[in-house]
Ligand binder design. Structure first.
Ligand SMILES: C[S@@+](CC[C@H](N)C(=O)[O-])C[C@H]1O[C@@H](n2cnc3c(N)ncnc32)[C@H](O)[C@@H]1O
Length: 353
């Protein structure tokens, strides 16, 4: 009898190979893959695979294929019963589609769509009584809750499994932050910034000074202002009027590397999202953050990889960032990142200047 463990992962389309390579050192081998979706096998019990490009990871239980949703639900229930017995309950049900195409192509954004919402309702109504403790599908899970996961690889090809929610991405359905902006965002960077801020756990507060390098047209600044912060945007390009005119916003129309260090005085948070070569960006940021007067406590830096084949650059960037003396550095391809990653860097306590 085999005691192999199976896992399923969702990632951005195009990242499958780099996911596979990164989890190989954890003992996981590829079983099946589609763009944006990978299943893996481990000889023996194992923790779920993890890595920079892993958006969601679940213990895999099975799959079902067919055009009749009721039949698919029946197959899934039987399989769950066979695998887990009939007494276990899940705290949440998450149902989402794997990504169809790379993020941004034809305007594609990851997350729930009409089909997955309809499937979620149908599955919920059929299995809630015997399997679930929640009152609706696709709620944000609490840390420590057991989540039943259903990935629609196609609308009629389902993979199901489960995971325990812990950090923020594992609490969101499909690892995509559900967010309803109060106003129409100025750019998709609004969502990227919102996700980065929540994922980082940075305690950004009303009245804090945040600076963004590469701020035009102003999606991310919109989020920072919404959180009550005072914001400086650095960009040679024009800011959207709605941001430019905001009373808590100041635009420095310049390239970040050309500005005197004093412009960064008093800033607690630094966001970087400029379309500049990553090595050059890191030189600029290094000069700012290692300055003796810097009071920056946290940085969120987006760096473009360009191509997944260059993912090994991340180790080099990490080594450089580590040399700044941070107390913690994490890196992740956020759900809203294109072929780029986000570094969340916590600087150690600084003596008051
Ligand atoms: C991806 S866009 C930024 C989107 C923006 N964060 C938002 O929320 O809407 C990249 C920006 O980087 C700016 N940029 C390029 N080189 C720069 C530099 N050296 N310093 C500051 N900004 C720069 C570009 O003008 C461009 O507006």
């Amino acid at each position: 009898m085999s005691d192999a463990t199976f896992a399923m992962i969702c990632c951005a389309c195009g990242a499958e190979q780099v996911v596979k390579e990164s989890v190989a050192s954890q003992g996981w081998r590829l079983a099946f893959s589609r763009p944006g979706f990978v299943t893996l096998k481990h000889d023996g019990p194992a923790e779920l695979p993890h890595g920079v490009f892993v958006r969601t990871a679940s213990h895999s239980i099975g799959s079902a294929r067919g055009d009749d949703a009721d039949q698919l639900i029946e197959t899934m229930s039987e399989r769950l019963r066979g695998e887990l017995g009939s007494t276990l309950r899940f705290d949440q049900l998450h149902v989402w589609p794997k990504d169809r195409v790379p993020i941004g192509r034809f305007g594609f954004e990851p997350g729930l769509d009409e089909v997955s919402r309809a499937v979620a309702e149908q599955v919920f109504s059929r299995i809630a009584e015997s399997w679930l403790r929640c009152d609706a599908p696709n709620r944000i899970a609490e840390s420590g809750e057991r989540v039943l996961d259903l990935v629609l690889v196609e609308p009629s090809y389902w993979f199901y499994g489960w995971h325990m929610a812990s950090d923020w991405p594992s609490r969101w359905p499909g690892g995509v932050q559900p967010i309803q902006p109060r106003y129409e965002p100025i750019s998709r960077a609004y969502y990227k910034a919102a996700e980065a801020i929540t994922w980082s756990g940075f305690e950004m507060r009303e009245g804090d000074l945040a600076i963004e390098i590469g701020s035009a047209p102003g999606g991310a600044c919109g989020r920072l202002l919404e959180l009550g912060m005072t914001v400086i945007g650095i960009d040679p390009a024009n800011m959207d009027e709605r941001i430019a005119k905001h009373p808590r916003f100041r635009h420095l129309r310049a390239r970040a590397g050309d500005l005197p260090r004093k412009e960064f005085r008093g800033a607690k948070w630094l966001l970087v999202d400029s379309n500049v070569k990553p090595d050059k960006t890191l030189v600029t940021v290094e000069n700012i953050v290692t300055h003796r007067l810097s009071q920056i406590q946290g940085l969120l830096i987006t760096l473009k990889i360009g191509d997944y084949e260059h993912a090994s650059l991340i180790d080099r960037w990490m080594a450089r960032i580590e040399s700044w003396g941070p107390s913690r550095v994490r890196v992740r391809q956020l759900a809203r990142n294109k072929v780029e990653v986000c570094f969340a860097i916590t600087m150690g306590n600084r003596p008051a200047p």
